[in-house]
Design a protein around this ligand. Structure first.
Ligand SMILES: *Cc1c(COP(=O)(O)O)cnc(C)c1O
Length: 253
């Protein structure tokens, strides 16, 4: 939206392609390639080392959106990416109460320009929001550990359930340290998906990465996924209680 709605009048041209196709796309002539891995909502994994090579050959900067795994679980700069962007609104802040984000790069000239634009546009976080993020960051490692463990514990239940036709839990190893806390699960219909969220006690919301397990039925936003596809985000609830709730919700199916 930023490029197509705001930057287009300045001559910036945007082209998109499915995450799964980026490694075979012809990158000649592109100034920058922006990818998300695992991608949202399909959870496709892109081989970043391979993409770094292709971007270097084409002379394009590689920008990686690292929101889904966070810098604790995946470090794209170490794999050769030029710029990393992260929505700290999600797992980094982790309490579903602040909008924030960060940009990281080892290109000093680029960072200097970015900071200058940030200052000139007044795009500076207010003190209270900055404090909310700082408070969240102090527990991000602990939260991620539980969130990933909860996702892993729920996975076999979803895979074994007749109410779920497809389960996606991306495996971004060896470029990441964990598979993360997001699972894609396809139910028979929108109603079945909504019923699962209600019965399991998962919040219905588009954001993810918070303390509480939640889910978003992506078709309601026009994503090209089945009506019953849920992107589930696992929270920090006690694992046994969470598993009981998921099991009961699936049994009611
Ligand atoms: C949510 C999200 C964003 C946008 O972040 P906001 O902090 O909500 O503006 C960007 N990229 C990904 C992968 C996201 O999930």
């Amino acid at each position: 939206n930023l490029v197509s709605d705001i930057m287009a009048p300045f001559g910036v041209v945007l082209e998109t392609c499915p995450a799964a196709n980026i490694l075979t796309a012809d990158l000649a002539g592109y100034a920058a390639v922006v990818v998300e891995t695992p991608s949202n909502p399909g959870l496709d994994v892109i081989d970043l080392r391979a993409l770094v090579e292709r971007c270097r050959t084409a002379g394009a900067k590689l920008v990686v959106d690292n929101t889904v795994l966070t810098p604790l679980l995946q470090q794209p700069l170490d794999l050769g990416a030029d710029i990393v962007i992260v929505s700290d609104t999600k797992a980094m802040a982790g309490h579903t109460d602040v909008l924030m984000g960060h940009v990281a790069s080892r290109d000093a000239a680029y960072m200097e320009r970015l900071l200058s634009v940030r200052n000139l546009t007044g795009n500076i976080p207010a003190p209270y929001e900055a404090w909310l993020l700082l408070r969240g960051l102090e527990t991000v490692e602990l939260r991620l550990e539980r969130m990933c463990a909860n996702a892993r514990a729920a996975l076999p239940l979803l895979q074994a359930s007749e109410a779920v036709s497809e389960v996606i839990y991306p495996d971004p190893s060896p470029q990441a340290l964990d598979q993360g806390f997001l699972i894609g699960a396809t139910f028979a219909s929108a109603a079945a998906a909504d019923r699962f969220l209600e019965r399991a006690g998962f919040a219905k919301m588009t954001s993810f990465g918070g303390l509480h397990s939640s889910g978003d039925r992506r078709a309601r936003w026009g994503d090209t996924v089945p009506e019953g596809f849920l992107r589930l985000s696992f929270g920090v609830e006690p694992t046994a209680a969470l598993i009981d709730a998921v099991q009961a919700a699936l049994a009611d199916g």
